[in-house]
Design a protein around this ligand. Sequence first.
Ligand SMILES: *[C@@H]1O[C@H](CO)[C@@H](O)[C@H](O)[C@H]1NC(C)=O
Ligand SMILES: *[C@@H]1O[C@H](CO)[C@@H](O)[C@H](O)[C@H]1NC(C)=O
Ligand SMILES: *[C@@H]1O[C@H](CO)[C@@H](O)[C@H](O)[C@H]1NC(C)=O
Ligand SMILES: *[C@@H]1O[C@H](CO)[C@@H](O)[C@H](O)[C@H]1NC(C)=O
Length: 562
Amino acid sequence: MQFRSKLLALLSVVACASASLVFHEARAAPPKGFVSRGTTSEDQTIELRIGLASTNIDGLHDKLMSVSTPGSAEFRQWLSADDVKSFVQPTSESVAAFNAFAKVNNLQTRNISPNGEWVAVSTTVGKANALFGAQYEDFEHEALAKPLVRTLSVSLPSELVGHVEVLHPSTSFESPNMRLTPLPKSALVEKRDVPASCNSTITPACLQELYGIPTTPATEKSNTLLVTSYQSQWVQQVDIQEFLTQFRPDMPSTTSYTVQYVDGGLDPQEVYDAGIEADLDMEYTMGLATGVPVTFLTSENFDLTSAMIDTAAVIGNYSKPPSVVTTSYAGDEDGFSESLAIKLCNMYMSLGARGISILYASGDGGVRGGHDSTSQCSLTTFIPVFPSSCPYVTAVGATIGVQPEIAMNLTGGGFSNYFAAPSYQKTAVAQFKESLPSNFGGYFNETGRGYPDVSTQGWNFNIVVAGKTNLIGGTSAASPTFASVIALINDRLVAAGKPVLGFLNPWIYSSASSAFTDVTEGKNVGYTCPNSAISFTATEGWDPLTGFGTPVFSKLLAAAMA
Ligand SMILES: *[C@@H]1O[C@H](CO)[C@@H](O)[C@H](O)[C@H]1NC(C)=O
Ligand SMILES: *[C@@H]1O[C@H](CO)[C@@H](O)[C@H](O)[C@H]1NC(C)=O
Ligand SMILES: *[C@@H]1O[C@H](CO)[C@@H](O)[C@H](O)[C@H]1NC(C)=O
Ligand SMILES: *[C@@H]1O[C@H](CO)[C@@H](O)[C@H](O)[C@H]1NC(C)=O
């Protein structure tokens, strides 16, 4: 680095302000599947997102635990946007240090979060290389339309150390396929009849029957649910209409949704624009959370990590936020740099503190990451999934079958390598570990946050996409389903003049833990691996396949009202 920064000082007047660079983060190689096509052109524009250290993030954690833990004197006294900001905003020293750096290097900065902890800078790759001791390269992946611009190592000018926590893009390579729906090959062409039995295919009526979800419409219009959507996945109003006509004949088929545009997000409505993930997520929220106003958040940012940062910033900036947010995108945790994962997870902490339940699909590769592959079946090091592994989100796994419900092979579950087990789950996780065979060692991180927290059905959901009925599955189907349950409970809470459920986990792991049907069978080997592959096995009580199990609406409502 020493030689490098001297060289840069000769080349460019800007570098003299950054006399010394301090190593920040690196990875030895890009994740599997990414191939470097050489250094990125120095003149290419790069949009950097820079995460500044918060004033008191530990204080916000303590406050959040206090307001979300049953029995606390301030239980469910969710924080105002200003209260959250007082913890999350950077100190004036950090702001001054960064602004001075930006000024001397002639960088235009843009505040992109309501709490001021993220700023965006648009610059050239050459300048970013010089300022941050980086070497940006074009990394191709066969599943990506264009290369990701990333660096394998990044440093910080010494004057920013302690003030800047994250520089993105740098060493994060999110999985190219974070969308958690395994596609049937016949998708979009095959017309299937709706079978009678919920044992083989799922409809809203099946889920209502199975979990006791009411069909009576919500009454509280202030209680809203938000569905995020990325990667050109667009919901179609005509598909929603056809879905409601077929599967919710008791609802007005013209029920519509609100659109939130982020990062140039789009909402096109031609038949070829139908997105299977977007339609699934919207059909199993609009068609299940009867009468709850639903918002469709659409982002066209090719960089999904940036889209996730901006999504959390937009939600954090609402004066009247949704009570539930569901996301069906997640990827291998190790694809994200640790600093990025922590900062994004802290954004979910901020949203939870405002009384927003943040739900994520737990992953579709069982113990083998976002999506497993046959080449991974003999892997003996399990791959956790992020953001499901963030302790401030509620991760939703998938079950299959009705008598009994069993953990589905693909249900994402395991233990984080970035986040330690939070206090709320220590007892549940310790109990699970006692069920493991004594020789079950070394496959997973013993100290990590265990996920998922809960589960619902996640296979063979009937959806309407591009005008056709089709079957789809994955934890992508489970997260919207659980989001609908929570949204309907919130409706009843608001109607009774009570605060919404907000950050769920401390409540789920204590007073609500018996409001679930325990799922005690199944293995999460992954979708493509044989049952003999190493994995976790469902057991009595919490487990890293289905969490506490599937919801019993009446019991959850009673626990919520108590
Ligand atoms: C937050 O919302 C306000 C008003 O709705 C807007 O003026 C402001 O630019 C937003 N802030 C950010 C960081 O997006
Ligand atoms: C549901 O399907 C499973 C697996 O195909 C089968 O073993 C079980 O008997 C079925 N249950 C009912 C009630 O049809
Ligand atoms: C295991 O998780 C902890 C956090 O609980 C982390 O500090 C540690 O680095 C992880 N170990 C590995 C091998 O990733
Ligand atoms: C995983 O489960 C699904 C649903 O039952 C099944 O279609 C698939 O074949 C299973 N995978 C393997 C490798 O058995």
